[in-house]
Each structure stands twice: as C-alpha cells, then as structure tokens.
Design a protein around this ligand. Sequence first.
Ligand code: SAH
Length: 245
Amino acid sequence: MTATWRATVLTLFPEMFPGPLGVSLAGKALASGLWALEARDIRDSATDRHRSVDDTPAGGGPGMVLRADVLAAAIDAAELASLAPKGRPRLLMSPRGRPLAQSAVMQLAAGPGPLIVCGRFEGIDQRVIEARGLEEVSIGDYVLSGGEIAAMALIDACVRLLPGVMGKPESGTDESFSDGLLEYPQYTRPQAFEGRQIPEILTSGDHARIAAWRQAEAEALTRQRRPDLWALKASQKPPKNTTKG
Ligand code: SAH
C-alpha cells in the first residue's frame, strides 16, 4: 500500500485549517483517512522573548517581512516531524510564482503531497526561498493578504483527484482543463425551467451524438472565452494522417 497523501502547511494562522477543507468531499475524505493535513505554526520556531517572526524590510519600504531564520527552522522542524517521505515538493504560495494549472495539480496529486509555506505581510526573505529550494506557486494575478487561502485552493484541487475521493474516477478527467478545453454546459431536471428546455439531444439517449455535441460545445466555449487555451491546444495537436501505434 502507498502512503497517505499528506499536505503540510506552515502558517502563522494554523487555526484557519482545515476550514473549508473540513467539509463536503475533501472533509469526508480527510475524516476517513484518504489524505492527511498538518497545519504547523511558524511562530513555534521563533526564538526570541517576543516570539517575533517578522522584521522591517532591508532597504526600507512599507510593511514587514517574514524572517529567513525563523522560517527555515519551521521548515526543518516540519520535515523532521512529518510522516511524509523525504524529498517531497516544497512550495511557497506567492503572487510571483508560476500560475497554478490543472497539469501541475495532477502531478502534485500523484506524488506524496507537498509542504506548503504561506506568506503574510509583505512576503518572506528571499534567502530562505533559495536556501530551502521553495518553488513559488501563484493562484492568480491578484494579491491576497496571506498564503492560506491560496494553499487551500491548491490542496482542494489536489484532494478531489485522489483515488476514492470522487465518486467516479472519470469525474477527474472529463472536466475543464483536463483535455485543454473548458467544460461543456451541464443540465439537470426539471426539463423546462422558466421556459428554457434542456437541449433535446441530451435527452435522446444517443450516446455518440451526445459526446459529439459536448465536444463541439466545449470547443466553441474555449475558442470564445479562452483564446489562449485554444491556441495552445491547436499548437499541440498531432499532425493529421498519423495513426497511433
Ligand atoms: N508584497 C508581495 C505580496 C505579499 S501578499 C508582492 O507584491 O508580491 C502576502 C502573502 O500572501 C504572500 O507572501 C503569499 O504567500 C500570499 N499571496 C498573495 N497573493 C497570492 C497569490 N496570488 N497566489 C498565491 N499566494 C498569494
């Protein structure tokens, strides 16, 4: 049996966890041991009388910066204490990071689970990023007040892909981004809603035509809303007239 997928989060606010990760799909899976969560207080690694974790930025400017020595000690202590195997990914939630995408989520979900550092204030001392090899990950081009909500987004996206968490395994592969397309529109009962009908083809029972309709809708939506994804997909298409073998 493989070890449980485990997320270790370093934060100044461990009481924020599991938070939203404790309900619904992720919460049930957490309770039943399909994954594990360790939220550790960075402040436990402070060494001075005031348990201080931050200081003013070198060179001046507003706000405070998380200290390299305190954070490095917190990372080292977390790795010593964790049941996770050595050498797992070490991430730093950061607006400067590589934008999180489903492909990276799938890779993270397939591994042992990451150690995640959550920044606060103006961010963290550059030297600990280098010294501990932290990989910076962003959840979008906007600035949050801390890394915790970003870490939760990342963990949630991973957990729903873990074996046994979602009802049907294909729910993880047949959805937005998994094939480079946005998802086709979904419908459910009632048949008529404020005069709008479910597209007839979906109630036809003809699975081949339904699949073709969904593919066409997904392509049209992606072309319209995300020309960037569409261009990427087009550039990755294998040349015509070749057969797999
Ligand atoms: N001064 C920094 C922002 C600090 S925001 C800058 O301009 O880059 C405080 C913390 O919130 C960051 O250290 C990071 O951990 C988290 N954070 C903010 N926005 C984020 C985003 N888009 N993605 C991931 N983490 C983010």
